[in-house]
Design a protein around this ligand. Structure first.
Ligand code: SAH
Length: 285
């Protein structure tokens, strides 16, 4: 069965009495070239254990399975389970796990299902949970790479450089954990139903070591979040309100000065290394 042919998908879904859910971010791929290209970009092969999030009816799942990978596909919508049982019946290397990716124990899943394999993620993500899912996946440190289709706007934030409008706390979180590459864009017409936004595939490859060495990772991200909490405001003010009770505005101004920054520097201008320097100065106080 061709899982990207709407003349086959529509009767299949009708037979199972399936209705699309907006709240679950359901947009299924109907251009066969796209799932093939995403699977290829992930590098999935027989040495990989692939976690797929939201298989839908299995368009991408089948591509991953055909590359010889062991695939575990986590699907939240119970209404899709009987559909997947049908569309994936001929692939013994695929297991569908019912559930919510945000609640699943990823460590246990990887340990139990991907022994001896390189764990990676490949998915056309439900767009309503893109940032929390990616945060969870990257912070877990479990996956050698994460290749996902997301909204182009979020892809740009992930891959942004300091000084650009797309640059922010999420950029730094992603780039702290992974090398982030923007890949191809995908137009709304490639999906059923068509989403309102253009999509893009990004590949995030886990870094062997963090790009900056800090004594307190939690503190680094507190500094980063505080610096972007009030966009367009001065970095000093953001830090002062976030660290109230722990450091005075004067102390923070001294730290910024010692790091070589003007009082009116803005968070958007600083690189990860520069945030690390501020964090170290705060930690060593
Ligand atoms: N991969 C398919 C479908 C993508 S649509 C394709 O490319 O055609 C997003 C999918 O994620 C849907 O199947 C939706 O039901 C599922 N989903 C939504 N929220 C989820 C969650 N929290 N955990 C797991 N799957 C989820």
């Amino acid at each position: 069965m061709n899982l990207c042919d709407i003349h086959e998908i529509k009767p299949l879904l009708a037979r199972h009495g399936f209705h699309f859910s907006r709240s679950m971010g359901q947009n299924f791929l109907i251009d066969p070239a796209v799932p093939q290209a995403i699977a290829e970009a992930s590098g999935a092969d027989e040495t990989a254990g692939v976690l797929e999030i939201g298989p839908g009816i299995g368009a991408l799942t089948v591509q991953l399975a055909q590359r010889g990978a062991r695939v575990v596909a986590v699907e939240l919508d119970a209404a899709l389970l009987p559909v997947l049982a049908e569309t994936l019946a001929e692939y013994p290397n695929v297991e569908v796990v019912p559930g919510d990716i945000m609640k699943l124990n990823l460590e246990a899943l990887v340990a139990e299902r991907f022994g001896g394999l390189t764990p990676i993620v490949c998915a056309n993500l439900p767009y309503n949970i893109t940032t929390p899912v990616l945060t969870r996946l990257l912070e877990s440190g479990l996956f050698a790479s994460v290749t996902v289709m997301i909204q182009r706007e979020v892809a740009r934030r992930i891959c942004a450089a300091p000084g650009s409008g797309d640059y922010g706390a999420f950029t730094l979180l992603c780039q702290y954990h992974a090398g982030c590459e923007p890949l191809f864009e995908v137009e709304p017409e490639c999906f059923l139903p068509a989403p309102k936004v253009t999509s893009q595939v990004v590949r995030m490859t886990r870094l062997d070591e963090p790009p900056v060495a800090v004594t307190d990772e939690g503190l680094l991200f507190q500094v980063i979040r505080a610096s972007f909490a009030q966009r367009r405001k001065k970095l000093l003010n953001g830090l002062a309100s976030a660290f109230r009770g722990r450091a005075t505005k004067e102390e923070l101004a001294d730290i910024l000065r010692a790091c070589g920054y003007e009082e009116n520097v803005r968070g958007e201008e600083l690189s990860l290394a520069q945030f690390a320097a501020i964090s170290e100065a705060l930690a060593g106080r």
